[in-house]
Design a protein around this ligand. Sequence first.
Ligand SMILES: NC(=O)c1ccc[n+]([C@@H]2O[C@H](COP(=O)([O-])OP(=O)(O)OC[C@H]3O[C@@H](n4cnc5c(N)ncnc54)[C@H](O)[C@@H]3O)[C@@H](O)[C@H]2O)c1
Length: 257
Amino acid sequence: MTDDRTIQAPARRFTGKVAVVTGGGSGIGAACARRLAAEGAAVVIADIAAEAGEQVAEALRADGHQAAHIPCDVALAADWQRLADTVRATHGRVDVVVSNAYAMAIAPTHELAEPDWHRVLDVILKAAYLAVRHLHGLLPAAGGSLVAVSSVHALRGRAGFAPYAAAKGGLEALVRQLAVEYGPALRVNAVTPGPIATPQWRFTSEPDLRAEAERTVLGRFGTPEEVAAAVAFLASGEAAFITGATLPIDGGMTIRL
Ligand SMILES: NC(=O)c1ccc[n+]([C@@H]2O[C@H](COP(=O)([O-])OP(=O)(O)OC[C@H]3O[C@@H](n4cnc5c(N)ncnc54)[C@H](O)[C@@H]3O)[C@@H](O)[C@H]2O)c1
């Protein structure tokens, strides 16, 4: 059995395409930006963290790819409008949208402050609606693709995660809704990651990291590149007959009793 986690880009499936990746300044979003760019896409990173977003874009440009960072709080309609205007002027189109940015608030539900509830729902769930609202006019008449990054929290409860779970569950329902509403022109799918080694785990203790890894069948965290490979597949023509799907990238976490 091989255990080769080096994923080779199979082809340049996105040559001539334009991809918008939210939260592309870090973790899974940055891996998606790198993967889509490596396969030929012009990548627009929409991140609230200006420095991080610019750094990823700059590194891609240094490697000869077409990439830009547009500062954007995905919860704000005005930011989406500005992004859409800029992309219209620069590229005139958007072929791929990766809705990946997230916010998190962890607290017992009865202690959760109302603004925190709204923020998590807005950054994860409303953002996907705003993406469609503002980018619809830039999507192609055929062959467009939106991939939302969900979470195993959409499927399983864990104490303290109410707004995150509700937002991700809502996101998966919205993916199916949008797939029906905008197909066949636009395919809409989700990936449902389990534990993935990104900066969001930086404050977790070693024993807790080990316990999290052991909840998966494969006994480890996934890599951002492993999620990006699935996102790129779903966004590509190779997934041309897949829409409204949610693909677990969780090392088997959610199939275990
Ligand atoms: N890492 C995991 O274990 C894991 C597991 C399941 C699901 N996910 C999902 O994967 C996605 C990416 O997570 P990650 O671990 O790569 O996180 P990360 O913290 O490494 O990166 C998140 C990025 O989103 C940006 N961002 C945050 N709020 C934003 C906003 N309002 N507007 C624009 N950008 C914003 C941040 O600046 C950051 O660059 C999220 O949707 C998360 O829910 C992650």
